[in-house]
Structures are given as structure tokens and as C-alpha cells.
Ligand binder design. Structure first.
Ligand SMILES: [Zn+2]
Length: 248
């Protein structure tokens, strides 16, 4: 192949990759921003004066035998209902935690089978991912209605599978970056209090925190919540699940 041909081939490949996953992923994020604006208005404080103030706490990447247990205890203490986007393989490993979530009134959504990005997944893997993880949830007696793709990445087959199983995609408005190595409780609390406003879907992580980079990040996240929840309550916020949001 000539140099020109290689260049053309590379361009075609990049375009194909963008069309396969990048474009639908970005479109999903844009859709999420518009949804929030439409539902609550930009700068919701003013527009929703006098109305109830609601936050939606969501937790990804679990269940984890240590962190999820601690988090569920904290939520119980404040009688807060939240939404967990569980990884199918971990749900199979720790079914008692998924059942506890269900018993305590939380909404359980799916966060893929093995937490792999849809950007690099083939159609057949994507199909297997959904079938297998939904089978795990069904065995646990959980009827899943919501799906949060890892990193918000989807490809056309993810969208197809979601549609086939009747799953609604749920992204987020506020990311506290709780997994970052260089963050701490003060920094995360600052982000949460500054960015969360009426109707925000807040994304936090209760699982996959054992790696050398994360260094028990979920424990740090739980400590941040211990300090931040009382501030939100004082500020008049209620906490609801994604299922309750859908019923609004
Ligand atoms: Zn995740």
C-alpha cells in the first residue's frame, strides 16, 4: 500500500470507530444534560423555589464485601434510599449484598457484566454481556430496569441490547471523582456541595477500590458522605432513587 492509501485506511478506521461508539456515547451525555435542564431548569435553586429539593445518590462498581456493607449501614442510619449500579460478576459473587439492597428499598440497576468499555467490545461480546448479567440478576429475583454503561461508553449494539431488554440508560450530572489518587475528603466534599443542585444525579463508587491507585477509595467516599449528608439534610434536601425519579 502507498503512503496515501495507508492514510486513507487510517482515516476510514477512525471514522468507523467514532461512528461505532464515540458518537453514540457523546450523544448520550448530551441527552443527559438536556434531560436535567428540561426537568429542573438550569440553576434550579431559583426556578424551583418552594418546591421539594431532591438529590439522587447513585453508586457504581459494587457490590463489594466491605465497602458496600459499610455504605448500606450509613444509608440506613439516615433512612436514605439510593440507586446501585452493580457489576454482574460481583453481584454473582456477593448475592447477599444485592438482596440487602433490595430489602432496604434501594433501586438496583446494571453496570455491565465485567466493567469493560463498550468502545472496544464486539457485537457478540456486548450481546453476551447483557444476556449473562441479566440472567444473574434474574436468578436473584431482581427485575432490572436501568443500565449505566461503564464510563458512559456505549456502542450501537449496547443501545440495541438496552432497547431489546427494555432498559433505560442512566448517566449522571455530578461526578465527585472519588476514585482519583490525589483527592481527599475535603476536595470531594467541596465538589459535591458546589456542583450538586436540585435534581442532580450524583455518581459515586462503592466497588473496585482495591487497586494500587484507588487505595480504598470507597472508604474515603463513605467518610465524605458521612460529613456531607448532614449538610444536605440541613439544606432541605431529600434523597430519592432513580425509580422514584422516573415516577415524577
Ligand atoms: Zn464503573
Amino acid at each position: 500500500m502507498t503512503k496515501k492509501c495507508w492514510k486513507k485506511a487510517a482515516l476510514a478506521l477512525t471514522a468507523a470507530a467514532a461512528a461505532y461508539s464515540y458518537v453514540p456515547s457523546q450523544a448520550g451525555k448530551l441527552q443527559q444534560r438536556n434531560r436535567r435542564k428540561k426537568a429542573y431548569g438550569a440553576g434550579s435553586y431559583g426556578l424551583n423555589k418552594g418546591q421539594e429539593k431532591v438529590l439522587y445518590l447513585t453508586f457504581d462498581d459494587g457490590p463489594h464485601p466491605v465497602y458496600t456493607e459499610k455504605l448500606l449501614d450509613l444509608l440506613k442510619q439516615y433512612e436514605i434510599k439510593a440507586t446501585f449500579f452493580v457489576v454482574g460478576a460481583f453481584a454473582a459473587e456477593y448475592p447477599h449484598l444485592v438482596l440487602r439492597m433490595e430489602q432496604e428499598g434501594h433501586t438496583i440497576g446494571l453496570h455491565s457484566l465485567q466493567h469493560k468499555s463498550a468502545m472496544i467490545q464486539t457485537p457478540s461480546y456486548t450481546r453476551w454481556d447483557f444476556a449473562k448479567s441479566l440472567e444473574i440478576m434474574e436468578d436473584l429475583g431482581i427485575a432490572v430496569q436501568y443500565y449505566r454503561p461503564p464510563w458512559g461508553h456505549v456502542n450501537w449494539f449496547t443501545l440495541w441490547q438496552m432497547n431489546a431488554y427494555g432498559l433505560k440508560k442512566v448517566l449522571w450530572d455530578v461526578m465527585a471523582e472519588d476514585w482519583k489518587e490525589d483527592t481527599d475528603i475535603e476536595k470531594m466534599q467541596y465538589i459535591l456541595l458546589k456542583k450538586a443542585e436540585n435534581g442532580s444525579i450524583i455518581c459515586l463508587h462503592d466497588g473496585r477500590g482495591d487497586g494500587p491507585v484507588q487505595k480504598e477509595a470507597p472508604l474515603r467516599m463513605i467518610k465524605t458522605l458521612e460529613q456531607t449528608i448532614p449538610v444536605w439534610i440541613e439544606d432541605g434536601y431529600q434523597f430519592k432513587t432513580i425509580a422514584e425519579m422516573e415516577r415524577r
